[in-house]
Design a protein around this ligand. Structure first.
Ligand SMILES: CC(C)(COP(=O)(O)OP(=O)(O)OC[C@H]1O[C@@H](n2cnc3c(N)ncnc32)[C@H](O)[C@@H]1OP(=O)(O)O)[C@@H](O)C(=O)NCCC(=O)NCCS
Length: 172
């Protein structure tokens, strides 16, 4: 049995650990801690997977903006996402992603971007983002930069450069 729920304060250390273990380094774990301190942080969109009372996975969605010459559109970035190495390839990440995207939609968000494995995220509905007129301020291969509309047509009015919160800029 696995429970997926928003993070609680008591989860912070285990969230740090699962990110550190999954990525084999502290950068993503530190990113989560830094994003938690930003004004826009949405605790409901920092979800954890619990199995036998152990935290085995985590996913975070953070507010970003899509800025064109004419407009600024609010959106979310999925990052990071981590599953404990002993529990990978058992569907935990998929459950976190599906539930997370549902919660994003329920909370009124309409666009999610991700920079990640091009063999993984399309199964949830992500498509190449540069084809849709989006750009990132980091050097990222075309196929790794993806976007998903939670509301059909949301991207029609949203094209331009993604503006990330400062903690992401430290990562690039
Ligand atoms: C990527 C990750 C979150 C996926 O979670 P998971 O619970 O292992 O994934 P699921 O069981 O839901 O899905 C398994 C699928 O993911 C694929 N997958 C897992 N890791 C992958 C990777 N690094 N690149 C591409 N695909 C990957 C598997 O090949 C499998 O594909 P299949 O269903 O076609 O056989 C997890 O493997 C992880 O924490 N990896 C290390 C950290 C990381 O890379 N995070 C994502 C950054 S973009």
């Amino acid at each position: 049995m696995m429970i997926i729920r928003p993070e609680k304060k008591k989860d912070y250390t285990a969230i740090y650990k699962v990110n550190e273990l999954a990525f084999g380094g502290r950068a993503e774990a530190d990113l989560v801690d830094d994003l938690r301190k930003t004004d826009g942080f949405i605790p409901e969109l920092s979800l954890v997977a619990i199995h036998n009372q152990e935290l085995i996975g985590h996913i975070l969605f953070s507010p970003i903006a899509i800025k064109s010459k004419k407009s600024v559109t609010s959106a979310l970035a999925l990052a990071p996402m981590a599953v404990h190495p002993e529990f990978q390839n058992k569907g935990v990440g998929s459950k976190l992603a599906v539930r997370g995207l549902e919660d994003c939609r329920r909370l009124g968000h309409s666009i999610v971007v991700v920079i990640g494995h091009p063999g993984y995220y399309p199964r949830f509905g992500f498509l190449p983002a540069r084809d849709r007129g989006l750009n990132v301020p980091f050097p990222v291969p075309d196929e790794a930069f993806m976007v998903m509309e939670l509301v059909p047509g949301a991207l029609k009015a949203a094209q331009g450069e993604i503006i990330y919160p400062p903690p992401f800029q430290k990562m690039s």
